[in-house]
Design a protein around this ligand. Structure first.
Ligand code: GLN
Length: 506
């Protein structure tokens, strides 16, 4: 099993979310020992991986001890009691610093928990720290973090993906059982694919964003990074559902997806659509990735799925539409960081104007990719260009949405690659924004359409043995079916023969 391959000499093997919760509830292991083991692994791996921006040792051990005390006292335990989880630095955890990967927010500690964090705490989870990310979640490699990139556990000379790269690296290396990320255009699924873990983005509106730093509000969604689909279902079930603090959260009831996944079902009667634009006609798709995806499709068919080709004719405009919508919304959302209301304030000579305070504070606080996006977005929204760019992008978005709606009338889910390539060497695209944007070619459309999507590891790449991700996209608010299909695939695939994370570069 994957977690067995992750066991570190002298340290207990790392269990998943579900296993850990069961072991603690059954009294087979103490929550404080699980927390101590997670912290020991962080000590062993973090120097190389830089997956965390903050580790809360004292808080984690204290929370774990409370779980043990509750258990001793015979009090009821939450479904995630004692499970160590990490939180992407876009998401507020009371008492832990939040930077969103930016110098702009360095030194700030939120006084309140985001709703998703409060729900994890209420379920008994132990919060071990904040994970590294691209600045304000803008990026596909983690190299836009103001605090240095995370590294890929399978090869530390390579990127972990982005923007939730720290969460993906931490999850792959067993630094905690899993965690939360955010996905605006692929930021949970793409790093999950590159690090060989499961990344799950629920439907837009399914999970509260109260207490989550806003990047592009019509696209942003909180998701999970875990080592199995059942673990994704367990974290998702704990955080999903309407929230009075977020008017965009949806009131529909949430099915208990975790309970649904106790045994792997076959896929008889399940219709899976393979968008030709994502496979046969996909530009830039690596041959080894294509091979693994085709093998995965054969596995799905062997399990009884009806695998058929479909067409999403407008997704080829997805990247262009996404990078107009997300930059336009980012330019508005990031206005608040002006050194007066929020964020870094520049030290200016007495008598400096308010305008120069804004300009210098923003100039010093934001990194180059964030500045590029604010400029692009401001331009796309400006009076003379609004119709040609922003409005046009919104129209294209509607066409992409309609493509998915049509395909999902005849299919239960769509399936294809998550990323066109495996993890690339650090620095390879760092100065080529367009090459970086194209890494999101298969992920952004699910955000434009607001649909739930999940990346699950397929077999490792035939040449490099690096992780390859298989993406499923489902119907809005039907996360339960999407998780069932991915779970059936995972069971049919069997354990991946991953190399041990330490083995590749040591
Ligand atoms: N990589 C994409 C971007 O740079 C997606 C980011 C995200 O999902 N937060 O915008």
């Amino acid at each position: 099993m994957l977690h067995a391959a992750l066991s570190l000499p002298g340290a207990p093997a790392v269990m998943g979310v579900v296993e850990t919760a069961h072991a603690i509830a059954a009294g087979a292991v103490r929550a404080s020992d699980v927390a101590a083991a997670a912290l020991a692994r962080i000590d062993a791996f973090e120097g190389d991986l830089h997956a965390f921006l903050h580790v809360d040792r004292t808080g984690a051990l204290a929370a774990a001890e409370r779980v043990d005390a509750d258990r001793r006292a015979g009090l009821p335990l939450g479904p995630l009691a004692g499970v160590p989880v990490h939180i992407k630095d876009m998401i507020a955890v009371a008492g832990m610093p939040l930077t969103a990967g930016s110098k702009m927010l360095a030194g700030w500690t939120p006084p309140l928990d985001a709703t998703v964090v409060a729900r994890l705490r209420a379920a008994g989870a132990v919060l071990i720290g904040k994970t590294n990310q691209d600045e304000f979640a803008m990026g596909s490699s983690n190299e836009n973090s103001a605090f240095g990139p995370s590294r890929n556990p399978w090869d530390r000379t390579r990127v972990a993906g982005g923007s939730s790269g720290g969460a993906a690296a931490a999850t792959a290396a067993g630094l905690g059982c899993g965690g939360l990320g955010t996905d605006t255009g692929g930021s949970v699924r793409q790093p999950a694919a590159l690090c060989g873990v499961v990344g799950f983005k629920p439907t837009w509106g399914r999970v509260s964003r109260a207490g989550v730093v806003a990047f592009a509000s019509s696209l942003d969604q909180v998701g999970t990074l875990t080592r199995s689909v059942a673990d994704a279902a367990a974290l998702y079930t704990a955080i999903a559902g309407s929230d009075p603090l977020d008017a965009t959260s949806d009131p529909r009831p949430v099915a208990d997806c975790a309970a649904d996944l106790t045994e792997a079902k076959d896929l008889r009667g399940v219709r899976l659509g393979v968008p030709i634009e994502y496979l046969d006609a996909a530009d830039g798709l690596d041959a080894g990735v294509r091979q693994r995806i085709e093998e995965a499709l054969a596995t799905l068919a062997q399990r009884g799925a009806d695998v058929r080709r479909v067409s999403l004719p407008h997704v080829r405009f997805g990247i262009a539409a996404y990078y107009l919508v997300c930059t336009a919304e980012a330019s508005a959302n990031l206005q608040r960081y002006d050194g007066v209301r929020f964020g870094h304030r520049a030290a200016l000579a007495p008598g400096a104007t308010l305008d120069s305070l804004y300009a210098t504070s923003r100039g010093e606080g934001f990194g180059p990719e964030v500045k590029r996006r604010i400029l692009l977005g401001t331009f796309a929204l400006s009076a003379g260009f609004h119709d040609a760019y922003y409005r046009k992008a919104c129209q294209v978005r509607r066409l992409v949405h309609d493509d998915f709606a049509r395909a999902l009338r005849d299919c239960d889910a769509l399936v294809g690659p998550t990323s066109p390539v495996c993890a690339w060497p650090l620095g390879a695209h760092a100065h080529d924004p367009l090459a970086m944007y194209l890494m999101d070619i298969f992920t952004v459309s699910a955000n434009l359409a607001g649909l739930p999507a999940l990346s699950v590891p397929a077999a490792p790449h035939p040449a490099s043995a690096l992780p390859v991700g298989l993406q499923f996209v489902g119907r809005a608010f039907d996360e339960a079916s999407l998780l069932r299909v991915a779970h059936a695939f995972e069971a049919a695939r069997g354990p991946c023969a991953w190399p041990a994370p330490a083995a590749r570069s040591e």
